[in-house]
Design a protein around this ligand. Structure first.
Ligand SMILES: *Cc1c(COP(=O)(O)O)cnc(C)c1O
Length: 430
C-alpha cells in the first residue's frame, strides 16, 4: 500500500469520503486519490514523491502554473500585515479596479469567497432587481452547490425543476427551469411558457463541467436576444472562463454582453476568492446601497486579494499568454485527434481556448446528452493509464483539461507520447 492509500484510509475516518470536495475521491475512476505534497509550475508531486504533469491546475486557478513566484511573494508580503481585519483595505479596491478594467460591460464588483457564493449572490441580485423568481439554467452546466442551482432536467428538458441533491426543497427547485445547451428553442419555450416570471438565464458561456462543450455559433448572442425580448437578465457564469478565454473572459472572446458575470478560480490566484460584477444600476441593488442582502466575514481577505491581484496583473500585462495557451491546447487537441485516427478508440476531442476534453464517444458532443453518451469505463481506464505515465488528468469524464502558461512544449510532447502509449494499450485490449 502506498502512502496516498494509507493517508486516504485515515482521511475516510474523519471526513465523508475522505475529502472536502467529492470529485477528489477518485470514485469515478475506481482508484484511491493521490495525496499531493507540493506543486510547482506545470507539475504536482504526490506524497510518495512521484511527479506528474498536471492538467487539473486546481480546477482552473493555476493558469500561470503552481507556486508562481510573484503570486507567492505578494501573498507572503500581505500575510506579514495580518491575516484578516473585517474592515476595508486598499487591495480590495485595487483588485476591483483591475477587474473592471479587464472585463467589458462591468462597473462594479463584490468579492466573495467561492464561485458558489458568487453565483448564489448574482442569482439573488437578478431576482431582487427584476422582482421575478424563476431562473433558467442548462442541463449539465454547474453553477456551484447553492440550492437553486443544484437542479438539472428530469426526463424531459422542459419539465419543472427537480432537485439533483437530497436536502434541496422541491419548493426551491421548482423555480429553476432547465433548458438544453446549444438549443435556443428550448430556452424560448421556457421563456414563453413563463412570461414575466423569469428573472434570469444563467449559462456557462463555454460549458466546462460536462467536459468541455463549445457554444454553437450564435448560441450566446441568441440568448442575449431572447433575454432582451422577454425582459430577463443574462448571467454569464465565468468561474472557469473568466480571465481564461481572454483577459475579459467570454464577453470579450465572443463579443456578447451579459448583465451580470460571476468569477471564481483564477481571480484568487489559488486563494479562495469569488466575485460577481455588473453595471452600477444592478450592483447598487446590493447592500448597503440596495435591498439585496449579501455579506461575508472573510470577503476581500487581504492575503487572497494580494494573490489575486498578482495573478491578474500578470495576465493583464501579458496578453500573449492567451495566444500561447490557446495554441498549445489546440496543438494538443490536434495530436489527440491524430492518435484517435490511428488507434480508433472512439474518442471525440473538444477544445476552445486553453480548455479541452477527450470524450470517449464517437458522437459530436454539443450538449449534456452528447456528453453522457461517453463510455465512462473507457475514460476511467484512460485516466488510470495516463496517471501511470505521470500525466495527471481530471479523475472524471465530465471535467475539463486545463492548459496553462507553465506547460512547456516538452511537457506537451511528453503528454502526447504518454497518450500514444496509453491508446495503443487500450486498443490492443479492445
Ligand atoms: C467551479 C465552478 C463553480 C463553483 O465554484 P466553487 O469555488 O467551487 O464554489 C461555479 N460555476 C462554475 C462554472 C464552476 O466551474
Amino acid at each position: 500500500m502506498d502512502t496516498s492509500q494509507k493517508m486516504f484510509e485515515q482521511a475516510c475516518q474523519v471526513m465523508p469520503g475522505g475529502v472536502n470536495s467529492p470529485v477528489r475521491a477518485y470514485r469515478a475512476v475506481g482508484m484511491t486519490p493521490r495525496f499531493i505534497r507540493s506543486a510547482k509550475g506545470a507539475y504536482v508531486t504526490d506524497v510518495d514523491g512521484v511527479e506528474y504533469i498536471d492538467y487539473v491546475g486546481s480546477w482552473g486557478p493555476m493558469i500561470l502554473g503552481h507556486a508562481h513566484p510573484d503570486v507567492l511573494s505578494a501573498a507572503a508580503e500581505a500575510m506579514q500585515g495580518g491575516l484578516s481585519f473585517g474592515a476595508p483595505t486598499g487591495r480590495e479596491t485595487q483588485l476591483a479596479e483591475l477587474v473592471v478594467s479587464m472585463v467589458p460591460h462591468i462597473e462594479m464588483v463584490r468579492m466573495v469567497n467561492s464561485g458558489t457564493e458568487a453565483v448564489m449572490s448574482a442569482v439573488r441580485v437578478a431576482r431582487g432587481a427584476t422582482g421575478k423568481d424563476k431562473m433558467i439554467k442548462f442541463e449539465g452546466c454547474y453553477h456551484g452547490h447553492s440550492d437553486s442551482m443544484l437542479v438539472k432536467a428530469g426526463s424531459g428538458a422542459l419539465t419543472q425543476g427537480r432537485p439533483d441533491s437530497a436536502g434541496v426543497p422541491a419548493s426551491i427547485a421548482e423555480n429553476t427551469l432547465t433548458a438544453t445547451y446549444n438549443d435556443l428553442d428550448s430556452v424560448e419555450q421556457l421563456l414563453a411558457a413563463n412570461k414575466n416570471q423569469v428573472a434570469a438565464v444563467i449559462v456557462e458561456p463555454v460549458a466546462a463541467n460536462m467536459g468541455v462543450v463549445l457554444p454553437a455559433e450564435g448560441f450566446l448572442q441568441g440568448l442575449r436576444d431572447l433575454c432582451d425580448q422577454y425582459e430577463a437578465l443574462l448571467i454569464f457564469d465565468e468561474v472557469i472562463t473568466g480571465f481564461r478565454l481572454a483577459r475579459g473572459g467570454a464577453q470579450e472572446y465572443f463579443g456578447v454582453r451579459a448583465d451580470l458575470v460571476t468569477f471564481g478560480k483564477i481571480i484568487g490566484g489559488g486563494m479562495p476568492v469569488g466575485a460577481f460584477a455588473g453595471p452600477k444600476k444592478l450592483m447598487e441593488q446590493v447592500a448597503p446601497t440596495g435591498p439585496v442582502y449579501q455579506a461575508g466575514t472573510l470577503s476581500g481577505n487581504p492575503v487572497a486579494m494580494a494573490a489575486g491581484l498578482a495573478q491578474l496583473t500578470i495576465l493583464n500585462e501579458h496578453p500573449e499568454i492567451y495566444t500561447q495557451i490557446e495554441a498549445d491546447a489546440a496543438w494538443l487537441a490536434q495530436q489527440l485527434r491524430a492518435l484517435e485516427a490511428e488507434y480508433h478508440l472512439g474518442c471525440t476531442v473538444n477544445q476552445i481556448g486553453s480548455l479541452l476534453s477527450v470524450f470517449f464517444t464517437e458522437h459530436p458532443v454539443s450538449n449534456y446528452a452528447g456528453a453522457k453518451s461517453s463510455d465512462l469505463e473507457r475514460y476511467a481506464a484512460y485516466f488510470r493509464a495516463m496517471l501511470k505515465h505521470k500525466v495527471y488528468l481530471a479523475p472524471a469524464q465530465f471535467e475539463a483539461m486545463f492548459v496553462g502558461a507553465a506547460h512547456t512544449k516538452q511537457d506537451l510532447l511528453a503528454t502526447v507520447e504518454a497518450a500514444r502509449a496509453v491508446m495503443a494499450e487500450l486498443s490492443a485490449k479492445a
